[in-house]
Design a protein around this ligand. Structure first.
Ligand SMILES: *[C@@H]1O[C@H](CO)[C@@H](O)[C@H](O)[C@H]1NC(C)=O
Length: 223
């Protein structure tokens, strides 16, 4: 609706100079009549054709502007949330992922929301569908003592945020969360990584450890 209003406003802006030029041309014509002279300079076919080619160029500019506005509206819906499910579970559904010897992609397989399908529950990787600014957050649960627990947020192959803790004996449970606003180019990836030697807990029924992200706004190429 806002776009339609903007288009109408732009059309009004274009029509106004046209009206003015026609009025100026008519008043010149009247002045010429009163002095009984015949003017060919201001209302000739040549001046109208210059006027019209100027206007059609202006219409072309406005068309492009409208197209840019249409594209820059946040028409691409991108939003996801997914939960970690454990590889094996106890009677209450809990189970740990890790520790592994190498940094390992942490795959949140249970999709809660996946508008735009930019998040893959198979690989755990989010791939930016458009250039833009996105927000990501993750919450990690652990139920394990005397262990390194932690999860990192990666942009492409670089760590951008981390939560970690060495859980002492007797400290059985913890939640931790972190997040980041990231400017991404189309094709950039964002994922969670379990650092080597670390672990995290999932539950088969409840959404305890989660990973979420969404597009805040789209940025045009070259901006
Ligand atoms: C986990 O998420 C799903 C959405 O996919 C929801 O239906 C379910 O109720 C959640 N489970 C719990 C226990 O909150």
């Amino acid at each position: 609706i806002r776009l339609q209003v903007q288009t109408k406003t732009m059309m009004k802006k274009t029509m106004l100079p046209l009206q003015l030029i026609v009025m100026v041309c008519l008043s010149y014509g009247q002045a010429d009549d009163s002095t009984n002279q015949h003017s060919t300079s201001d209302c000739s076919f040549g001046s109208f054709s210059t006027l019209f080619s100027g206007l059609s160029a202006e219409v072309g500019n406005l068309r492009r502007e409208v197209e840019d506005l249409r594209k820059s509206r946040n028409t691409v819906g991108v939003a996801f949330s997914a939960a970690l499910r454990p590889p094996t579970q106890d009677s209450q559904g809990y189970g740990n992922t890790g520790p592994f010897q190498a940094d390992t992609n942490l795959v949140h397989t249970h999709v809660i929301t996946n508008v735009g399908n930019a998040f893959s529950p198979r690989t755990g990787v989010f791939t930016a569908p458009v250039n833009g600014v996105y927000y990501f957050t993750f919450t990690s649960y652990t139920w394990k003592n005397e262990a390194n627990i932690g999860v990192a947020l990666y942009k492409n192959h670089e760590e951008v945020a981390l939560v970690y803790e060495y859980q002492d004996k007797g400290d059985n449970e913890d939640f931790a969360s972190n997040g980041a606003t990231l400017q991404l180019a189309k094709g950039d990836t964002v994922s969670l990584v379990l650092p080597s030697g670390f672990q995290v807990t999932g539950n088969a029924f409840r959404n305890l450890s989660t990973f979420s992200g969404f597009l805040l706004f789209h940025i045009e190429e070259g901006q």
